[in-house]
Structure formats: structure tokens, C-alpha cells
Design a protein around this ligand. Structure first.
Ligand SMILES: [Zn+2]
Length: 412
């Protein structure tokens, strides 16, 4: 049995508990007791381990120059693709492990990780992270599909039993129409979840509607024969994915920046959550996600960092602060906003991945915890974490994996 105390425990699916102790038995939360004995180490605030709903851990610190390079999105993407073959398998694994250290140091214990090269799956399994590794297909037309299908299925088959996998069809503009349908079919046959990028840039909308623009040019340069080239489908990228069966409760999308009210209603109707990545969008000049609209409309929303190739940290609190600023700028009332944001980074991410036992602290849930010190422990604990939280403790399945800069002794 382990016990973790705090001035405030935020279970997230119930009210905050002051001067409380989370009791852990065999990696699961057994109880949240409304008392803080003197022999229990205590943080200012304890929350469920944070849930990062969109990351690419294999693009780790070695890609940090791309997050500060000021490249517009199509050029950034071309640079990423050009560098894909530059690293060895061991180096990709090293990148993923370095990203995981950064996650754990900042209280994230669950991640939707897009796997491009493979080693990230084992790295996440070794760290005991919750969440799903989504194996990505990118740059595939019908001619390339048979070989890609064999590769994808072998990566899925080789995944360790301790890590859940899914399928990530990269985007509507880097995969053929038939290929998108086939990828969706592979996931559904295996009962796996899907996680594509959607609505990241205006160029994507042009490509899907008309088959033209910079993304059409780059696919042509790569010799990819997509069905949409030069003709488009005359509809939005969201409608296009829906027409291919690529939305649903088993899907969550990344970014969701360039989605109009009809697109957002379609996602909501299908039960498809959106992982917002507002810092990455700002870096790549991709635009500002309609955060206020998502919140007002009651869309299922989660929060992701994207990778170190487009953000300067994997700290979800940095992401929440950027999201807060964007929400306030779009007119979202300040009242209750921090509680909502913290909910997106816990329950919201769990819902996006269909996980019932993470993102909350309740009897039976995984004992994944984040402890924070804050500048004003007497303040509203949600605001205190978002405004000034500094991770001092990370617990994965009951075991301390980072931090532990804690005081011993109960409430004064
Ligand atoms: Zn991404």
C-alpha cells in the first residue's frame, strides 16, 4: 500500500477534497481519505496523471530546431519528411525515451502517441505509460498500399502486450482515398482505435475541396497519385473523412483548427473528440483553433502537445496556459475556465481514447497521479495548478517515477 497526500486532491470526476490522502493498493486507487496524517508526504495539489491526447514521442529533443525555425506549415512538413530517414532505429528509440522523461517530469502519465518509426511503442511500454500508440501511415497511394498494409500489420502484431495500439491515418492529404478506407478497415477488423490529423491548415481544405494548392504540389513532387489531385471532392476535410467511415466514437482527431460549425457538429454527432494543440498551431502559423466554439457547443475536447518538432516543451501545463490565453481572447469567461481546462487535460483525454480508468482518481482507477507545488495553496486549486503549478511528483501505477520534492507531515 502507498499513500500520497495533498492540501487539495482533485479527483476530477468529483469535488476537490481538502487535506486528503490517496490510498493506493496494487497499482490502483483504493480510496481518497479526507485526512492528511503527519507521516504522509504531501504536495500542494494532487491530480490524476495528466493525459496528453496528441504527441509524436519519436520526434524528440533532436528535432527541437524545427520548433523554433519559423517555417510555414507546408515547408515544415516537407522538412520533417526529408529527415525521416536520417535516424537509426536506436536513435528513434532514444528520441522517444527522452520525450517520455519530459512527460514524466511534468506530470503526464497517459499519452496518445503517433508512431512513425516503431521504437516508440516499446519505449512507452517500458515506462508503463497509459494510453495508446497509434501506428501511422503517411505518404501512401493505392500502388504503395499492399506493402504498407504488410508493414502496418507486422508493427501492430509485434507490439508488446503491455501497450495498447491503434491506427493513425496521417491526414486526408497524405493518403489516397482508397487507402484511407482500407486503413479504417484494418483498425475496425482488429477492434483498434483511430487517430488522424484533421483541419490543421488552410492548405488542407484547399486540397480536399479542389485538389490544388501547396499540398497538391508536394504530393505530386513525391510521385503520389492521390484520387483527389486536381479534382478534389468539393466538400470539407471533415465531411470527406466521414464519407469514408473514418469518424466515430472510436476515433479522435488532432488539431481541429479549420473546422466550421457544420464540421464541428458532424464530429460531435459522431462522438469524435478533438485534441487541441494550440502551441503547435501557433509555431507553424496554422491558425487559431475555435476553442470558444468547441467549449460553447459541448464538443468532446482534449489537449495534446504535438511533438518537440513544433513545441518547446511537452509540459501539458504550458499547453493549458496557451489554451487559457486563446480561450480568453475568444471571449470565454474566466470564471471556471481553469477547472474546465484541467478537465480537458485529464477526463477529456481519457474520453478521447475511450479509457475509463485514467484521467480521474476514484476507487479502481489506475493509480497515476501528478503532484504540484503552487504559489498560493490557499487559492482555487484548479486556477493555482494552471497558473503556477510546478510538478513535484509523478506516480505511474502506484510507483513514484519522478519528483518527490515533498514535505513530510500533515496539514498545519
Ligand atoms: Zn501531429
Amino acid at each position: 500500500m502507498q499513500r500520497y497526500g495533498a492540501r487539495w486532491v482533485l479527483p476530477m470526476d468529483g469535488p476537490p477534497v481538502r487535506d486528503a490522502t490517496v490510498v493506493v493498493v496494487e497499482g490502483r486507487v483504493a480510496d481518497i481519505q479526507p485526512s492528511l496524517p503527519r507521516d504522509v508526504v504531501a504536495a500542494d495539489v494532487v491530480t490524476p496523471g495528466l493525459v496528453n491526447a496528441h504527441a509524436h514521442l519519436e520526434y524528440g529533443p533532436g528535432f527541437a530546431d524545427l520548433a523554433t525555425g519559423g517555417r510555414p506549415f507546408p515547408e515544415w512538413l516537407a522538412t520533417m519528411i526529408a529527415r525521416r530517414h536520417a535516424l537509426t532505429t536506436a536513435q528513434w528509440e532514444g528520441e522517444a525515451r527522452a520525450s517520455i522523461v519530459a512527460l514524466l517530469a511534468t506530470g503526464t502519465t497517459c499519452v496518445a502517441d503517433v508512431i512513425t518509426h516503431g521504437p516508440g511503442i516499446g519505449a512507452a511500454a517500458d515506462a508503463g505509460l497509459a494510453g495508446i500508440s497509434y501506428v501511422e501511415s503517411v505518404g501512401i497511394d493505392t500502388a504503395r498500399w499492399p506493402a504498407e498494409r504488410a508493414r502496418l500489420e507486422s508493427v501492430l502484431d509485434a507490439a508488446p502486450a503491455t501497450r495498447s495500439v491503434g491506427v493513425s491515418p496521417h491526414t486526408p492529404y497524405t493518403l489516397g482515398t482508397r487507402v484511407l478506407e482500407e486503413l479504417t478497415g484494418v483498425a475496425r477488423e482488429r477492434g483498434l482505435r483511430l487517430h488522424p490529423h484533421l483541419g490543421e491548415s488552410p492548405a488542407e481544405d484547399e486540397f480536399v475541396r479542389q485538389g490544388t494548392g501547396p499540398l497538391a504540389e508536394s504530393s505530386r513532387r513525391m510521385g503520389l497519385e492521390f484520387e483527389l489531385l486536381d479534382v478534389g471532392c468539393g466538400a470539407s476535410a471533415t465531411s470527406y473523412l466521414d464519407s469514408l467511415g473514418c469518424l466515430g466514437r472510436d476515433v479522435h482527431v488532432a488539431h481541429g483548427v479549420h473546422l466550421d460549425a457544420a464540421d464541428r457538429a458532424l464530429l460531435r454527432g459522431r462522438g469524435t473528440a478533438v485534441a487541441l494543440c494550440v502551441r503547435s498551431n501557433a509555431t507553424l502559423g496554422a491558425g487559431a483553433a475555435p476553442v470558444a466554439a468547441y467549449l460553447a457547443e459541448g464538443s468532446p475536447v482534449a489537449v495534446g502537445t504535438d511533438s518537440l518538432a513544433s513545441v518547446t516543451s511537452l509540459d501539458l501545463l504550458d499547453e493549458l496556459r496557451a489554451l487559457r490565453d486563446l480561450a480568453l481572447a475568444q471571449g470565454v469567461p474566466r470564471e471556471g475556465l481553469c477547472e474546465r481546462l484541467l478537465s480537458l487535460a485529464t477526463l477529456g483525454g481519457a474520453t478521447a481514447m475511450g479509457l475509463a480508468d485514467v484521467g480521474r482518481l476514484a476507487p479502481g482507477s489506475r493509480a497515476d497521479l501528478a503532484g504540484f507545488s503552487v504559489t498560493d495553496p490557499a487559492a482555487d486549486p484548479f486556477a493555482a495548478v494552471v497558473e503556477s503549478g510546478r510538478c513535484v511528483l509523478t506516480v505511474v501505477a502506484g510507483t513514484v517515477v519522478a519528483g518527490a520534492v515533498l514535505s513530510r507531515g500533515g496539514a498545519p
